[in-house]
Structure formats: structure tokens, C-alpha cells
Design a protein around this ligand. Sequence first.
Ligand code: SER
Length: 877
Amino acid sequence: MTVRELRERYLAFFEGKEHLRYPSGSLIPYDVTGRLDESLLFNGAGMIQFKPYFRGVAQPERKRLTTVQKCVRTGDIDEVGDDTHLTFFEMLGNFSFGDYFKAEAIRFSWEFLTDAAWLSIPPARLSFTVFEADDEAIALWRECGAELVFRLGEETNYWPAGAFTYGPPGPCGPNSEMYYWVPDDEPAPDPTTYTVEDWLRDEADRKWVEIWNDVFITYEWQGDANPIGKGYIKTGMPELPFRSIDTGMGLERTAMVLSGLKNVYATDVFTPIFAEIDAVAGSITGDPTAARRIIADHIRTATFCIGDGVLPGNSGRGYVLRRLIRRAVLKGDRVLGIAEPFLYRVYEGVAASMGDAYPEIRERAAMITETLRNEEILFRRTLRAGTERIADLLHADISGEDAFRLYDTFGFPLEITKELAAEAGVAVDEAGYEAALVEAQTRSRAGQELETVYGAVGGAKIEGDPSPTEFLGYAEQSAAATVVAIRRTGERIAVALDRTPFYGESGGQVGDTGTLDALTVVGTTKSNGVFWHALAEGAVPPAIGATVTARVDAARRQRVVAHHTATHLLHLALREHLGRHATQAGSYVGPDRLRFDFTHGAALSPEDRAAIESRVNELARANDRVTTYVDITPDEARARGAMALFGEKYGDKVRMVEIGASRELCGGIHVGTAAETLPFRILSESSAQSGVRRIEAVAGIAAMDHLSEERATLETLAARLKSPVPQLAASVDRLLESLADERRRRERAERQALTGGNDGATPAVEVGAVRLITRAFGEVDPKVAAEAIDNAVAADPKLVMVGAVVNDGKVTFTAKVGADALAAGAHAGNLLREVAKVAGGGGGGRADFATAGGKLPEKVDSALAVAVDMLKRQVSG
Ligand code: SER
């Protein structure tokens, strides 16, 4: 049975049982209402996105859903490369939200596993476990015809594992696991050597492989984070309003055992990926099995992470992604001998294998390959720089501090240092590394806590009852409202109202400012649906229950919204001009300017920049009406061509903003028609982080202000240059030309003075048949001095000339000997050596010509004075 077949068969079976096929949640753990599950780094189970449905706080389209969920679990990353471990895998699941429960769930599982029309597994090859107290589940399995049914504790038979006692908070319940017997002979337990648990769960033995898990969601586990140490302290476990089902079948693993394969990498889903890896492989060092598997696994994880909006970075998800990419590159480089960036090519294998089931990885192909390539190029550069440093360290065991420095300074994750150390046969002090890491984290957290205390959340005291605020700001800029809560954070005071026209900072758009009656609002933020109006320092807040008139600073708002609409037009223009990989990666929309970050590997040329700016202006001039679709489903939005803002998860209903061909999901406020953003000016283009570029720009009134400032500068210049603005360029050219003329004239004069004149020169001294002139040139161009010396010696073959030039606090001596003087025994090199010594230097050279340096410019005269004695010795001796 192939992965492809099993995926389709499972979903079809449950569709036949009235389940709706529902798309996989994002790998970034957003739930169906768009809320991010802060307790998780990645989505690792089918049920994560459905927590609000289990709790009854949101209603699904149908009470029965079935999914194939993309999952990332990195806990066993070091095991990847063996036969079974993966960081990315797919989980099949069927869900009931207050519809069917245990009896039907167990019957569905039995039917799908054993029925000839579906998986047709002989019942003798299956065993089942239930939570130790769950008599009902045992009876249900037996009714179906199961023989091997065992009771186990909460560590294995509660979801989440151990949740009965330990949490985490959230929907939970007892579960029942299904195991498949792999060997050819029939299963025969030997209770004298095995406990049931050992027999079923001996992973190394791998006779029984767990393939499926039915969870009977019943309770909401409640508890508080443990103030000392890890985990939670249980405060209660009330029953949920209704009972639900969550099941999970590991897709690759089940396909593997059903096909009689011994390792998960032999399944069809990996075939196209290995084909790409083998196509780029160079000369292989050692056994490539583990390296090929690690690359195949990590490229899948990386592709799906980037597709869901994770970018490589130095913390959280971004760091996990960066580690995976780097480890894959290292394996490719070291073991498979791949010298050039290759991961972006292996992506093709992932797309070929999984692009049908997950269209997003094809839609975002450009963006994924661009990111992979940039990260790989960056890492290969780091690798080259750090390899030298590592080579120095690899002679002995690597200390924790050095390992940490390699990470901190050179970007070598510990695993990579460990891998290089293992190759060299030395150890790494991991405990020391952890200690250094914790110290660094504590340092950075101390900073963060400070921020929270002074910012919005931590240490705040709230009076009144802040419930979600009704937002009026799309249509209104002022409204009467009632004060419902006051929040004090140190000296700062913020007010919550029952309704407000103030926009709360989100989606890059800054919060509004304005007034509540006579009080000044300096900013507005939003948290859990409550809009907080921050008051100016020293304000006395209104009483709870008081009615106030909330008035937005309309002029500022107008500047902000022009920038917001302009970011949408800019996004469209960037994608038209650079390609579909150019996707929003962050933004700031304020009254002063906009900032737009987008994924793109290279700096924009001046031509690109000009073309993009003029395209945005053109889109604005088309003056399309800004149309907002509120409360449409994500599918409707997609059908209307919404650019799915990757990296974000939207709820059941979304808001879509359309301006001509631009369609984006957006909760922000916009202008009425596109021309209100005119003019649009790009101020700068720069790098935001690797693979992400940043444009800063101004639009609308802010751009007009910017233009006025530029004009004021021009007019000042025009007045200073006494030239009308249109002729300014020509005037500046003339000015520059006359400056250049002036410089040339000065240089000529200097040269003439030096070559023709005699400043600083001693009168010629006759030494036998030879004449000596020394000259302190002072601070002049050494070339000009050399020319003066050349000319003098050329004109007089008897002459020995020694010159000194001072520049940057250093002396340069030059000596030249004419032909007759040379014949008489003068030697420039020897002469100069003694001269330079006096000025704290040295040097020498040929008999006819030499140069030497000195560090003591104040000694120039006494140094030159030595020349005559030296020459006397040369000529007489
Ligand atoms: N949530 C359960 C699991 O991950 C069943 O889907 O095993």
C-alpha cells in the first residue's frame, strides 16, 4: 500500500461515514479561529487546530471532519536517519465534535482496519490498548471481535500523554491505541519475559508497531504553570459541554508496515526526493544511507515550514528551520560531496511527491526555493569562515564555551559542531554548552522582562471588566462610549471602552491617537479583543461607567491609511516586477512612512526601483475603488483571487480588501479610492535579514510633505548658488568644474615651485668631485618630490641629491646619485641607511637610487645633515 493510496483511502472511508474533508492546519499552530497556540512551536497533531471546536467556543461547518494534517515534531531529531524517525510526517484523523463518541469511533476503526474493502488486516495481526479504567472501551473492542486487548496507564493511554495528572491545560481524554504485528509468524506473547507494555512498545524490537490512536475527548484539563520548575499544577478537570473524538494515524509509518517494508524511507513518498538527491550527489565519502535520509527528511520539513511562512532565523521556529537546513547542507557537503547549493533543487522531489496533496507548496514554489537557496549560500559562507576556526579547535575536546561561541559568532548549531567533532574523534562539552546558552538566554530574557513591565502586559493592574470592544473605526472617527476598565502599568494609564473608533495597533498598522473628551490618547493597542487607549502621562482617568466622546486624530489617521493602501499596491507591483516569490514578510504602516519587507534574494537595481515606484503610481492613478468584503469564508476569498497572506491563519470568516487586481486578506483601514495614495515615493531599499529586502516609502500627504522638504532644500541651494532651480544642475556642474580647475592649477603651481624652486634645499656642498644637495620638501606629494630630484640629478651628473618628504607623521627619504658621482664611489642605498637611522627608521637600496622611511619627522634636518659625512667617507674611501 503506497502512502498516496493510504491517504486517499482513509479520507474516502470517512467521507463515506459523512465526514467532511477539511484542509490541514498550518504548521504554525493557529487554531480554526486564527488564534496562535502559544504553548506550541509547531503543529504536531490533527486535533491542534480544532481546540475551539472541542470546547464549543466555535462551531464547525459539520460535526464530523476528516483531515490529513502536516506535522512537525523535532524531539527525536537526533534519531532521524534510522529506519523510522522523521521530523515531518502526516497524520490522518477523523473528528467528531459532540456527534458520535466511543462506540462509533471504535467500530469505524475496526471496520477500516479489517474490512476487505479497506485495509483488510487479519484481526490476529492487531492488538489494542485502552486506558486502565476504561471498561467500556474493552467491551467495545471485544464486541468487534478483537482478542488482544490490554489495559495501560495514562502515560500511554491518555491524550496528551500523562494528561490526567500532568496536563497541559486543554481538551483531553482517555485513548485507545492500535498496534500492527510485523513479523511473518503469528504474535505469541510470552508473559514470563515480557510485560504487556514491554511486548507492545519495545521500539527496538519493532514487532508491534503503533499505527493509530482514538482519543475520547471528555475533559478540559485546567491548571497553572508551575512557578517552580516545569509543567503545571492541576486545579481541576471539568467535563467539556459535549464529548468528542480525535483520532490520529501515522501515515508514512502505517503505509510502511502494510507494504511489508522495514524502513519508512522506502515508501513511495520518498522516491522522487531520493531521485533528486542522487542526481546532485558528487563523490561520496563513507556510507551515504543516513545522510541521504537526513536530507530527505529535513528538506520535507523545511519545504513545508517555509510554505507556511516560517523563515530561517535565530530564535523559535526560525531557528529550528535554520538548524534543519544547515544540517542537511552539511550532510550533503561532507558525505555526498555536493559542493554547490542543492537543497532548492531537491525541493522539486518534494513537490513531485506531495504537491498534489498540498497545493500550497507548489503555489509558493518560488518563495520556497529562493529561501532555501539564500539560506544555503549564507551557510556555506559561514561554513567556510568557521571551518578554519573549528580546525583550530578540533585538536582536543571542545569546551562548552568554545562550542557556544561557535554557535553565537559563527552560527554553528551545537549538532553541527558535534558532528564535526565526531568526525575528528574529539568530544564536545555539552553540559558546558548548555550552561553558556542558559546564561546568554537569561541575559536576553532579563531585557525582555523589562520591556513587558514597562510595556502593556506584565505588572498591570486592571480595574473594571474589560470585555472585547466593539470596533467602529472602519466607518466612524468619533463616537460616544462608556468606560469599562482602567489599566495601570506603573505610571501609565490606559482606558478600555465598550465601543471605539480608535484602531488598535495590528497587522503593521499603528494604533490611532486622539482624545477622550479633554484627555489625550497617545496610542491604542489591542489584546484579546480589548482596545486599550493609552493616556498621556499624568492624566487623571475618567471613572468607570462614565460616558466619553472618543475622537480620532483624523489628520494623522488619513496619513496612516494612505500608507496602508500603498503597501497593498506596492506588494502587487513587487510581485508583478520581481516574481511571485516576492511575498510580504512584515510591515510598518505609520503616519510618517511605510516600511515593507518582502522575500527576495538580491538588492534591487536602480532600474527595478524606478520601475516599481512608477508602477505603484500608475496603479494609484487607475483610481480603483477600495472595496472591502467582510465576513466571507477563506474559500470565497481564495476564489476571488485573494493573495493568501502566508504565515497567517485566518478564522472561519475573513475580511478581504480589493483594489483593482490587488486582493489581500486584511483587517486594516484604507483610503476610499486608490488615487488618495498619490504620489508614491520610495525612500530607500535595503536588506532586512538574509533573503528579505526592505522598502521604505511615503505616500499621499506624507509624500507631499516629503516633496515640499525636498523643494525647500532645492530652493535654499538655488539661493546660495544664485541660480534658478531648473538651472541648478548646470550651475553645480560649472561649480564642480571650476573646483577641479582650481585643484589642477594648485597642483601645477606646487610642482613648479618644487621642481623649479629650491625651498628647504641646502646649498650644494662640494665633496671631492661630487656635489651634494639635501632638501627637506615638507608635506608634499612624494611623486612630485621624486620628480624634482630626478630633474636635478639629470641636469647634473656630478650631483648626489637626498630629499625628505613628510606625510601622515612619517618621513620618506629618497636619494639619487648622478652617473659621475656614481663612478666616484657615491652609494645611495648605504648613504640613506645612515640618514634614516637618525629619524628613527631604516631602509636602503641600490647605489644609484634608494628610498627609506623614518618615524621622527622632527629629526629630518639632523638626519639630512648626516649625509655629507657619509658621502665624504664613500668618495674618499
Ligand atoms: N491527538 C492524538 C495523537 O496525536 C490522536 O490524534 O496521537
